[in-house]
Ligand binder design. Structure first.
Ligand code: MN
Length: 239
């Protein structure tokens, strides 16, 4: 018996345009601010960046209510600058990296911290901690020609109006240009790829009913609500 199903391409809104940015892959930098590396118990020495991925359809529009995900008791926010890649490239020199960035947006790398911790302890992949459904809320993309090079500027996140993360893009261990250079040595970057560039210190848990807001200078803000777990799915937040 044959079977055909509709497959839609995940996409992200673009500021000031009705066209949308189709998402091909989501790459994430593992550790890119020294103070966050320290709060996670790691030495922030400048070792080469490492990457993990989320599926393209993990993207969620800003403004959404995201159900508390299953199998965790410790859902964390991580506010991040997101790069939207617009050109194919390999072995890109840092000096040319900005030629490949179509635009920028705000993103939150939602993390099941308990599952990530178990994976680290057991030497297993991070996917179950990082790459779950609706784990990548993003705001509308600003074209790079309108905002310039996002290599500095305030990045912040608040839960229920209380600021939890407050840093500056200039404090990245590996700046944007170096991230593109490293990534394009291992992977051919392609139009539609998103790159989440790591989070500053101040990560922490959210529970159902919480509202997360965040912003980056020149990129506006992102907001998501954490809803109740879906019926029949284990997803009980710690009190
Ligand atoms: Mn992250």
């Amino acid at each position: 018996m044959s079977f055909v199903f509709p497959l839609t391409t995940p996409s992200v809104a673009i500021v000031g345009e009705s066209a949308r940015f189709p998402v091909r892959r989501i790459f994430c930098v593992g550790r890119n601010y020294a103070a966050h590396a320290r709060e996670m118990g790691k030495d922030p020495d400048k070792e080469p960046p490492f990457f993990f991925t989320k599926p393209a359809d993990a993207v969620v529009e800003s403004g959404a209510t995201i159900p508390y995900p299953p199998e965790t008791k410790n859902l964390h926010y991580e506010m991040e600058l997101v790069l939207a890649i617009g050109r194919e490239g390999t072995n890109i020199e840092p000096e040319r990296a900005f030629d490949y960035i179509w635009g920028y947006c705000c993103g939150i790398d939602l993390t099941r911290r308990d599952l990530q911790g178990q994976a680290k302890d057991m030497g297993r992949p991070w996917d179950w901690g990082k790459a779950f459904d609706q784990s990548a809320p993003v705001s509308a993309i600003h074209n790079a020609s309108e905002v310039g090079r996002l290599d500095k500027g305030r990045i912040w996140l608040a839960v229920n109006g209380k600021v939890k993360q407050d840093s500056d893009l200039s404090l990245m261990i590996w700046p944007i240009a170096d991230i593109i250079a490293f990534l394009s040595r291992s992977m051919k970057i392609m139009p539609g790829d998103l790159v989440m560039t790591g989070t500053p210190e101040g990560v922490g848990p959210v529970v159902p009913g919480d509202r997360i807001t965040g912003g980056i200078d020149r990129l506006g803000e992102i907001a998501v609500n954490i809803g109740a777990a879906e019926a029949g799915r284990i997803g009980i937040a710690a009190e």
